[in-house]
Design a protein around this ligand. Structure first.
Ligand code: ADP
Ligand code: MG
Length: 475
């Protein structure tokens, strides 16, 4: 029996279906149409360039394996992108893209006439093709509200999250911006909102994405000349969650495209959830028009959890892991690790690991050793280089600028702060600090330390710099 495109593809689908999540299968494979099979090359039709890239990015291996199973080592795969063009002209256009060379599925140009007469090609996907597609949410089900312990430090953000999840797009918390320092639960809470919405409204399209990934995708789309596909893709989402939007700073192209996506979603009553390591007022190199959008909804801060909350977070974690631990030990850990929930959990995990690997009982002494290591380790990592990096990142300048001879006030202040923190966090002498931070002498460093002391007691904004950077250096 000779093979047809349909039969080959059906067999591939069967294999793929068995090996990936049902949701992903539905989203990315059901919309594909097998078009033809010539010379061991299978042509499949996909609804957009974005779709093709997504397949290449995420499913190329499984495509290759399944196709090789069907057609042998010489199997080839050709994508045909079929969508309407973006100028409102209803004529469909077709574009052939061979499967990339990254795959061993070799590429080949296959002749598909533009005016194909077959019925499914006459009936192109509506703009954008991807509209028919379910999108994988990229949510982590473990990051639920249930697992996000409430305390004074997070009550506002958590309640706002719950409100948004109950009525996505239907509260005044749009966008909801969650901000706070490292390891305080921003990512967790952002997922929890998405997970809860998916639970309550399974038909809604929810997407969690980091700002970094979003930026990469955008840059790719510009390179590949399908910025419109990129925008369309994001405009059909009901709940868009973007993590760590501070990553957008200085990236004007991405900010611009996000601005348009944001406006579209907002106008259509869709929910936007953002997280950031800074409050909007402290964000630098973010366009004003975007910042003002961030402030339309609610900005809710995650603060450092108090002692009680730290204890309950630990107890909850232990309970979920089925581990028992004496109270005094839990409290000891909670008392000593204060500024970062991730570290708090890390210490407990090391404690459990140590005790089970070395068959030691979990004692207060062991806890002390481990906490000490945690605290010491993080202290030891602070070098003068690292301090300069943190300070210059914070002010969004590069280290050369920080070290330069300029007298511009904000640069001088950044340099003085770097010196101040070098004095505070390292054992280096004033002279050595000076020589490492822009080749200055010890008197300059001394002066810098005094200036920082003075300014932080008289200038509120400056004190905030010191606090922020201290936090960054202590995690
Ligand atoms: P961020 O994104 O702010 O850096 P994460 O969301 O990654 O922080 O949180 C770090 C870790 O701390 C995660 O494992 C998260 O589950 C945990 N965590 C943070 N806050 C809480 C909380 N209130 N209750 C339970 N776990 C928390
Ligand atoms: Mg995070």
């Amino acid at each position: 029996m000779s093979k047809t495109a349909q039969s080959v593809w059906n067999n591939c689908l069967e294999f793929i279906k068995d090996n990936i999540q049902p949701q992903a299968y539905k989203t990315w494979f059901e919309p594909i149409v097998a078009v033809k099979l010539t010379d061991n090359a299978l042509s499949i039709q996909v609804p957009s360039k974005f779709f093709y890239e997504w397949l290449e990015e995420h499913y190329v291996k499984i495509l290759k394996v399944s196709l090789t199973k069907e057609l042998g080592d010489t199997a080839k795969l050709v994508y045909i992108i079929k969508m309407e063009n973006t100028y409102g002209n209803k004529q469909p256009f077709t574009e052939k893209i061979p499967s990339s060379n990254r795959t061993a599925v070799k590429s080949q140009d296959v002749d598909i006439p533009l005016n194909n007469k077959s019925p499914e090609l006459k009936n192109p996907f509506v703009i954008p093709g991807i509209r028919n597609v379910k999108i994988e949410s990229q949510l982590n089900p473990n990051y639920s509200f249930e697992n996000f312990l409430e305390g004074d430090s997070n009550r506002l953000a958590r309640s706002a999250g719950l409100a948004v999840a109950a009525k996505p797009g239907g509260t005044s918390f749009n966008p909801l911006l969650i901000f706070g320092g490292v390891g305080l639960g921003k990512t967790h809470l952002a997922h929890a909102i998405g997970v809860d919405i998916k639970d309550k409204y399974p038909e809604k399209t929810v997407l969690y994405i980091s700002a970094e990934k979003f930026t990469q995708q955008y840059i790719e789309s510009v390179k590949k000349n399908n910025r419109n596909d990129f925008i369309h893709f994001y405009q059909i989402i009901d709940v868009l969650i973007i993590d760590d939007v501070q990553f957008f700073s200085g990236k004007s192209g991405t900010q611009d495209v996000f601005f348009h996506i944001f406006n579209h979603l907002h106008q259509n009553g869709k929910q936007v959830v953002l997280t950031s390591d800074k409050a909007p007022v402290d964000m630098q190199d973010i366009e004003q028009r975007l910042l003002s959008r961030f402030k339309w909804g609610l900005s809710a801060e995650l603060q450092h959890p108090d002692f009680e909350t730290r204890v309950s977070i630990l107890k909850n974690k232990l309970y979920r892991d089925g581990v028992e631990m004496p109270n005094d030990i839990i409290e000891y850990v909670a008392k000593n690790i204060k500024t970062n929930v991730r570290e708090l959990e890390g210490a407990i995990i090391s404690l459990i690991a140590q005790s089970s690997f070395n068959k030691k009982e979990i004692t207060l002494d062991l806890a002390k050793q481990i906490v000490e290591k945690f605290v010491k380790n993080t202290k030891r990592e602070v070098s003068i280089d690292y301090i300069q990096k943190v300070v210059s990142d914070y002010f969004q300048m590069d280290i050369d600028t920080l070290q330069s001879k300029t007298r511009k006030r904000h640069i001088v202040q950044a340099r003085q702060l770097a010196m101040f923190f070098a004095k505070k966090f390292t054992k280096a002498s004033l002279a050595s600090i000076g020589s490492q931070i822009g080749k200055r002498d010890h008197a300059t460093v001394l002066h810098a330390c005094k200036t920082v002391d003075n300014l932080s007691s008289t200038d509120k904004q400056f004190r905030k710099y010191v606090e922020d950077i201290t936090k960054k250096l202590s995690v």
